[in-house]
Design a protein around this ligand. Sequence first.
Ligand code: LLP
Length: 441
Amino acid sequence: MITTIEKNEMICENLKRDMSGELCFANMPLTPLAKKYGTPLYLYDEERIRQRCRTYLAAVRETFGEDAQVLYASKAASFKRIYEIMKEEGMGTDVVSRGEIYTAGLADFPLERAYFHSNNKTDEDIAYAIKAGVGYFVVDNSEELFAIDEIAGRQRKRQKILLRITPGIDPHTYAAVATGKVDSKFGSAIETGQAEEITALALSLPSVELCGFHCHVGSQIFDSEVYLATTRVMLKFTKDIYDSLGFMAKELDIGGGWGVRYVKEQPTIDIAENIKKVGAAMKAYACELRIELPKISFEPGRSIVADAGLTLYTVGTVKRIPGYKSYVSVDGGMTDNPRFALYGSPYTILPVAGDVPEDYELCSVVGRCCESGDILQENVPMPRDIKRGDLLACLTTGAYHYSMASNYNKIPRPPVVMLADGESYVAVKRESPEHLAALDV
Ligand code: LLP
């Protein structure tokens, strides 16, 4: 595991220090934002999000043609404003629950560009999504397929679907995000014959229209070999199905997963280059197999929003245990960022006021929950005079932070504030204890 032991790392272009040493994000100094909105505070650099969408869209269209699509995996960060931005940028979206579909709807996101995932869609979810006009269901298993067919039939609709296929690829990242292996809870595996079975079944049902296949092998992937191997398996499967069932897939969604840089030791991935590389290999292999390349879509979440996000905290208790350890506690923690507690994920945490001096102290930055595992990061270089009231910034928190936040210890979730053209505006308000108790009867 990589820990944050280097200091003063500007790991993304949208970060810098001004003349006074103050940390700036999206060209805005952070202290005034903390004063205006309070902490903990989620900040998003809107321009960065838009840039990432444009990079993806330009690369997939240049590589695969104008009908190729990029679906923002909205589990990474799901709130009304983000769906508005995705709509404006011409993106599609991946949704996994009624809540995400509802929120996308609030933003008037064109739901025909939404792909409904999940390994266990309830009957209520299915009925809701069909009624809402969700374009595609990504069907996980045959039980669900029967349910969709029946519910669509009842609504007198023919629902477009893709089938989620498990290609048997291990992305070698962390277990919680490896989803392409045969024993995964997601999808139908090629190796066991279930992928072919569910394809035959889908073709036999009256109220679903099989459009093609989907796969997603994992997340935080840096090695393009994973995509080369995955797309090979999927194209071979496409060809085999054509040979055995006479069905030629019109669409192939190859999921998300590209990694982002949380700490200096990790690389920054050139998305456009990688897409071109994967595209060239897919075209060559499709040619070899003598099939036409289906319409291609990608489904990135993390790499669209992660480095467009930053969390600001205020330092509270600083505790030194002589001969053992030093703790810097902040006013957030595992409730707004559970990723270190869950996966041991590395982060860069920086003081806002100025650079970390040469003579730094390694500290654990911890939260305020009643739980020892409430750690944001260990071995963080901190100034020796760090004290109550100082501001800290945790970088790269745009993906899987707001969306994975909890109210453990009845701690309200921070607001989401967007930064654009030197201005700031609230996209999601700060929760209050009253919000948290609002459903208590
Ligand atoms: N498509 C599907 C079907 C997915 O399951 C996911 C992520 C994505 C696309 C987007 O993957 P991305 O581009 O964001 O890597 N909570 C974990 C990540 C879970 C990812 C779940 N699926 C974390 O914080 O690392």
